[in-house]
Design a protein around this ligand. Structure first.
Ligand SMILES: Nc1ncnc2c1ncn2[C@@H]1O[C@H](COP(=O)(O)OP(=O)(O)OP(=O)(O)O)[C@@H](O)[C@H]1O
Ligand SMILES: [Mg+2]
Length: 357
């Protein structure tokens, strides 16, 4: 059997952050007669540490393995630990503990070799220089990878063609649209022909058409045998692109399987989406205690009048019975849709909250 493209073993990352000291506290401290606080402690004012330092566990024992040629999705809400995980995979952050292997090479021990095998595009970070043209960026990064001469020139023109950037190749990247910036970053990541691609939220911020194009590009790369690890907030995207998905929440993998298998677990429930005038968690608790629903998630869009409530019903319970019980509590329902289970429903079932909470 071939070596897996990626192996992540019990990976953990802690960040220690010291809160900024307010001028008031600095002033107070400077008036203290000696070292040590007046309240008898060692001067600490904080949550975790004696000096107020806090420890944030961003990634909390994550393990998974990705075979060659697979698209593997890391799906989770804001702050789940997705970017921190992929930064550790890409040599950009050192783990607190645990280890990562890329094609059998340990990232901490052989970072240079690992870098030659992976191409990384991080979201929200400038992976290319905006004051250089698209072509100049590829020339620059190509040279860093040790490419030169006609081979590099050919490689660059192929990539520009493939990513539909040839027409604008000699304009500075700052003039590119968001979609074009994302494509030039991806072209840069592919220059050295890495076998593993690591993409942080590849379609975030793109319009629907540009996002669709990029998803197609990712599938094309998969069809060429590349391994892709991507992160996303969008369950539809994880479902569409990934052979397997790890759902990550609070730094932990809470489910890992193919999208179909994850959804199959949910075939025992009916998924109903309500637009409701009001929702309080007591409603959910009452309905659950009566055996009418198995889980729920409720959200009020910031500018919305109505709540969006997703409820999961055991198959033997009719939608009518639940709605009647809900209306009897004095509530109103504006709209009701019975839906197919999605990955978002898997997340709700596992955590009792929506991915977009
Ligand atoms: N350099 C840092 N210092 C302190 N805390 C950090 C640092 N980087 C990330 N964190 C914290 O670690 C946690 C995980 O962050 P991370 O960026 O990995 O989440 P994410 O899943 O990528 O979220 P998003 O979907 O918003 O991109 C968060 O609580 C975040 O605030
Ligand atoms: Mg992130």
């Amino acid at each position: 059997m071939s070596v897996p493209a990626l192996v992540v073993e019990d990976l953990r990352k802690e960040f220690r952050s010291k809160p900024k000291r307010s001028l008031f506290k600095v002033f107070r401290k400077s008036r203290r007669p000696e070292n040590g606080a007046a309240d008898g402690t060692n001067g600490g004012d904080g949550a975790n540490g004696s000096n107020g330092a806090k420890t944030i566990v961003a990634v909390d024992g994550v393990s998974f393995s990705v075979p060659q040629g697979e698209v593997f999705g890391l799906l989770g809400p804001n702050g789940a630990g997705k970017t921190t995980t992929i930064k550790m995979l890409s040599t950009l952050l050192r783990p607190t503990s645990g280890r990562v292997l890329v094609q059998g090479l340990e990232v901490e021990k052989e970072p240079a070799k690992v870098l030659s095998r992976i191409g990384t595009v991080l979201s929200g970070e400038r992976c290319v220089y905006w004051k250089l043209t698209g072509r100049e960026n590829l020339q620059y990064f190509g040279a860093l990878y040790g490419l030169s001469g006609p081979r590099l020139t050919k490689k660059i023109s192929d990539l520009l063609e493939r990513f539909q950037l040839s027409q604008r190749a000699d304009e500075t990247v700052e003039k590119y649209s968001t979609g074009m910036k994302r494509r030039i970053a991806l072209a840069r990541a592919l220059l050295h022909e890495p076998e593993v691609l690591i993409l942080d939220e590849p379609t975030a911020g793109l319009d629907p058409q540009a996002a669709r194009n990029l998803r197609e590009l990712i599938l094309e790369l998969k069809s060429e045998g590349k391994t892709v690890l991507l992160t996303t907030h969008y369950m539809e995207e994880a479902d569409f692109l990934s052979d397997r998905v790890a759902i990550i929440d609070h730094g932990k993998v809470i489910a890992l399987d193919s999208p179909d298998h994850l959804k199959r677990e949910l075939r025992q429930v009916r998924v109903v989406e309500l637009e409701a005038g009001e929702w309080r968690d007591e409603f959910g608790q009452t309905l659950k205690a009566a055996g009418l629903i198995s889980s729920w998630s409720a959200q009020r869009p910031p500018d919305g009048e109505t709540w969006r409530v997703v409820i999961h019903l055991p198959l033997e319970v009719s939608v009518g019975t639940v709605i009647k019980a809900y209306l009897e509590q004095g509530n109103s329902v504006q709209n009701l849709t019975v839906k197919e289970a999605s990955l978002e429903d898997v997340f709700i079932q596992l955590t009792g909250k929506s991915l977009r909470d």
